[in-house]
Ligand binder design. Structure first.
Ligand SMILES: Nc1nc2c(c(=O)[nH]1)N[C@@H](CN(C=O)c1ccc(C(=O)N[C@@H](CCC(=O)O)C(=O)O)cc1)CN2
Ligand SMILES: NCC(=O)N[C@@H]1O[C@H](COP(=O)([O-])[O-])[C@@H](O)[C@H]1O
Length: 217
């Protein structure tokens, strides 16, 4: 039985495309039931339509509060009755009530080696901080921003000639590997959540998750 997933986006949707491709090829046991974007011009909506997946634009600008937007978003998501909600470049901070509703069944991918560089503009900040390495983290979503239990991380070196754009490209390549893997582990019931902690095969994960290497199954 494939895991029913709803994916939230705000932009290009390359992570969404990685999930679509790997689910269509049977590499991950998921069925993407719907894609929802808070930006009506998100290219990821076109990716969903091309894959025959219901695509919805729900603009936060049409609501007078974060709570009212989140309530509408939750109602739309729950029409599809997902087992997992996947944030894939979704650029809105979610309310505590919303994150509690999906606690333990909502993932996010963040372009930094958490707990470093929470928030926005992570590639630029890592370069400006003269970091030698950077990367990406997949984590369960909690009310506190970018502070949920980390599942998987992948790293890349920052070279002297790297720009935020070149670094983003390197990180994207890592994202497209570790996000589908994380979702697949959840679909297999290998990845679980309990009382704020992440577990793989019933073993608690370290606070920075597992470092991704190609030999991970
Ligand atoms: N309660 C939570 N909400 C969200 C989380 C989370 O962990 N807890 N993860 C984020 C994703 N994210 C980083 O990975 C992130 C997204 C958006 C922002 C942000 O500052 N958004 C601004 C608007 C920015 C914009 O529109 O460009 C805002 O919401 O006011 C920070 C981090 C998803 N939500
Ligand atoms: N704070 C959240 C955040 O910055 N997420 C980042 O947005 C990009 C979305 O790319 P995509 O639309 O091509 O998947 C990804 O790099 C993801 O890590």
């Amino acid at each position: 039985m494939k895991l029913a997933v709803v994916v939230l986006i705000s932009g290009s949707g390359s992570n969404l495309q990685a999930l679509i491709d790997q689910s269509l090829h049977g590499a991950i046991d998921v069925e993407i039931k719907a894609v929802i974007s808070n930006k009506s011009d998100a290219y990821g909506l076109e990716r969903a339509k091309s894959a025959g997946i219901p695509a919805h634009a729900l603009s936060h600008k049409d609501f007078d509060s974060r709570d009212s937007f989140d309530n509408a978003l939750q109602s739309l998501i729950d029409q599809y009755n997902p087992e997992l909600v996947v944030l894939a470049g979704f650029m809105r901070i979610l309310t505590e009530d919303f994150t509690r509703h999906y606690e333990g069944r909502m993932l996010n991918i963040h372009p930094s080696l958490l707990p470093k560089f929470k928030g926005l503009d992570t590639h630029k900040r890592a370069i400006e901080a003269n970091e030698k390495e950077h990367g990406v983290s997949v984590h369960f979503v909690s009310a506190e921003l970018d502070a949920g239990a980390v599942i998987l991380q992948a790293k890349t070196n920052i070279e002297a000639n790297d720009t935020p754009e070149t670094l983003a490209n390197k990180v994207h390549a890592l994202e497209h590997k570790i996000y589908p893997l994380s979702v697949h582990w959840f679909a297999q019931k290998r990845l679980t959540f309990d009382n704020g902690k992440a577990f793989l095969d019933n073993k608690a994960l370290p606070t920075t998750g597992i470092t991704y290497h190609t030999d991970l199954s």
